[in-house]
Design a protein around this ligand. Structure first.
Ligand code: ADP
Ligand code: MG
Length: 251
């Protein structure tokens, strides 16, 4: 409760004073970031600025040294079933797809719901097929990941994340490993998700995506959030010197 008596609403995902070191390297420096339900936040910044570490911390793939991270107001669990549930609630799509190579496309999507959510296998398959349809790869369901193009694999990875009914999905440079002609098909699926109200944290340098789908751009450099703004303001009029330099290099 604030002084005025109204309930202060924290974001769906909230980071407060988060610090993380790798040895002597201070990779996350006092990060404060709150993301509302339904918000799409694009994180950009130079290589090595801590963007992946930030994503991994929210999914608790990396423990933090100090500060707090909450999901739906609850501190992130550190172990056991609660951690497995957190990983289901916080979907993650990586640059390198990370599909299970020895499972079919359909199994890739059904495995999590069956194992972690306890979904009935028949029900999980039905839902998986709907999701594969939605991302445009339903005809590939019985194939193995290596038989699909990179763009198709990444769309399967998105379907796999969606199958868990996550509260938020983190995307860490989801199109960086793709051939140029496949980038658009993945971005289209992501834009569609954003329009349907999915809460998304997206590390990407795709300005088109940021302009079309993001509510906010967060610019990171050297482990710090240097600047945040709506996409149009950020790209046309970055206020910090570091953001100006960065945009000068990538635009
Ligand atoms: P970005 O995703 O913005 O390129 P990262 O979060 O991957 O940045 O990395 C931030 C910094 O932390 C880099 O200097 C990187 O080399 C370092 N780093 C990342 N992961 C590890 C690790 N597991 N051990 C040691 N250093 C790491
Ligand atoms: Mg990275």
């Amino acid at each position: 409760m604030s002084d005025s008596g109204t309930v202060t609403k924290t974001g769906l995902v909230a980071l407060t004073g988060v610090n993380k070191h790798f040895g002597d390297l201070h990779v996350l420096k006092d990060i404060n970031l709150s993301i509302d339900e339904g918000e799409v936040v694009v994180v950009i910044g130079p290589s090595g600025s801590g963007k992946s570490t930030l994503c991994r911390a929210i999914n608790r793939l990396e423990p933090i040294d100090s500060g707090s991270i909450t999901l739906d107001g609850q501190p992130l669990p550190s172990e056991g079933r609660a951690l497995a549930k957190l990983r289901a609630d916080v979907g993650m799509v990586f640059q390198s797809f990370n599909l299970f190579a020895h499972k079919t496309i359909l199994q890739n999507v059904t495995l999590g719901p069956i194992k972690v959510r306890g979904t009935d296998p028949k029900q999980a398959e039905k839902r998986a097929m709907e999701l594969l349809e939605r991302v445009g790869v339903a005809t590939q369901a019985s194939k193995f990941p290596a038989q699909l193009s990179g763009g198709q694999q990444q769309r399967v990875a998105i379907a796999r994340a969606l199958a868990m009914d996550p509260k938020v999905i983190l995307f860490d440079e989801p199109t960086s490993a793709l051939d140029p002609e496949m980038i658009q098909e993945v971005l289209e699926v992501m834009v569609d998700l954003a329009k349907q109200g999915m809460t998304m944290i997206v590390v990407t340098h795709e300005m088109g995506f940021a302009r079309t789908a993001a509510n906010r751009v967060v610019f990171m450099a050297d482990g710090e959030i240097v600047e945040q703004a709506d996409p149009e303001a950020f790209f046309t009029n970055p206020t910090s010197r570091r953001a100006q330099d960065f945009l000068g290099k990538i635009l």
